[in-house]
Design a protein around this ligand. Structure first.
Ligand code: CP3
Length: 345
């Protein structure tokens, strides 16, 4: 069958010109229509757990910018929430979870198999979103990778020294936590695929905080386990993996061992690093620095063209190298889109 969704074509290894585009954290506070609905809902979790509202927020950037993918409005911290951790999003200081300190804190968590009893509203939101998407737009489901999700469960305010000390002092407790998150994430992502997600993205935003054996054990292995099991259950599901701030050799190990359909890269990864380290079967997603969306139009246009030219021989999904900040200017997004859609090889 002819595949008419550009993102799915790229993830199947085809070069599409100009590249399809979506942006990391595309539903969010830089959009006035998001801020209005967010205020109406009262708090972030109400928005996330009310399927009609979550679907509406997911569709807002599609209507405004005609991006090639919609990513379901949710958060990586819903998995710990469904396992029984308290979750709060405080204005200004980011998310807070009840912390894991000892084995009894893990024993109190729910079984991995039961997370979908809490997370079904996300599946409803996926169904509503899908029935309202243009036929060429791909629906992306996502979760955090276990390491990044675990960092929020063991160290408040992202004190990575605390998290790494915890691994060294309580390796068995930490291993149990990673395993529980791995299983819960598999169940949750399987549920998203059953509800209509056509691509899965795994976010390991804090992967760069680990190295050596820790990187292998807590970044590569659990992510690989999740992907293998998802592919066993859903053989055709394309997967995009994102490991941020990782050095070239670790990124090579990650790509080779995990073997995702697409690898999302942060703004520091160059085309030379890509060519040297990443197997040619993997498509690239990225990697504009979000800062360009807050700056001058000419700098933005120049950088977008550099990225398009650099990756012009590789199946490419244009995206940011990290999430869009609330200060991003809407006219810059429009300019980025115009630059991309006018670009020719
Ligand atoms: O991309 C999208 O539009 C889909 C929704 C999405 C959210 N979070 C909604 C959200 C996605 C894909 C995420 C992923 C996520 N969440 C990551 C991985 C990607 C990355 O940015 O590194 C991480 C680390 C989180 C955890 C998280 N959630 C943090 C640290 C924060 C607070 C910082 C912030 O930006 O406010 C959140 C809150 C959050 N998640 C918001 C949104 C729209 C802001 C909440 C609000 O509206 O007040």
């Amino acid at each position: 069958m002819f595949q008419y969704k550009p993102i799915l074509r790229v993830l199947a290894g085809e070069r599409v010109d100009p590249p399809p585009i979506w942006i990391m954290r595309q539903a969010g506070r830089y959009l006035p229509e998001y801020r209005a609905l967010r205020e109406q809902a009262g708090d972030f979790l109400t928005l996330v757990y009310t399927p009609e509202l979550a679907a509406e927020v997911t569709l807002q950037p599609i209507r405004r910018f005609h991006f090639d993918a919609a990513i379901i409005f949710a958060d990586i911290l819903l998995v710990p929430h469904a396992l029984g951790s308290d979750l709060r999003f405080d204005i200004g200081s980011g998310p807070h979870l009840s912390l894991i300190r000892q084995q009894s804190d893990i024993d109190r968590l729910r079984d991995a198999e039961s997370v979908n009893e809490t997370l079904w509203p996300i599946f409803e939101a996926l169904k509503i979103t899908k029935s309202n998407l243009p036929k060429e737009t791909t629906l992306i489901g996502f979760a955090g990778s276990p390491w990044t999700t675990a960092t929020y469960m063991i160290a408040d305010r992202h004190r990575f020294d605390t998290a790494i000390k915890f691994i060294e002092q309580e390796p068995r407790i930490f291993d149990t936590l990673i395993r529980r998150l791995t299983h819960a994430t598999i169940e949750y992502l399987s549920g998203q695929i059953a509800a209509g997600a056509e691509v899965i993205k795994l976010f390991d935003s804090w992967a760069g905080q680990l190295s050596g054996d820790h990187f292998l054990r807590y970044v590569i292995t659990p992510t690989k386990d999740i992907i293998q099991e998802l592919r066993r259950r859903h053989p055709d599901i394309p997967i995009i993996a994102f490991a941020r701030q990782v050095d070239s050799l670790s990124l090579r190990d990650y790509a080779v061992q995990i073997n995702p359909n697409g690898l999302a890269i942060d703004p520091s990864v160059t085309i030379d690093q890509w060519r040297e380290n990443i197997p040619p079967s993997i498509s690239v997603q990225g990697n504009l620095s979000p800062a360009y969306l807050c700056g001058e139009r000419q700098d933005l246009e120049n950088k977008v063209k550099v990225i398009l030219n650099d990756f012009s021989e590789i199946p490419h999904i244009f995206n940011l190298g990290h999430g869009i900040p609330p200060q991003a200017k809407i006219e810059n997004i429009e300019w980025m889109l115009k630059t991309l859609r006018d670009w020719r090889r």
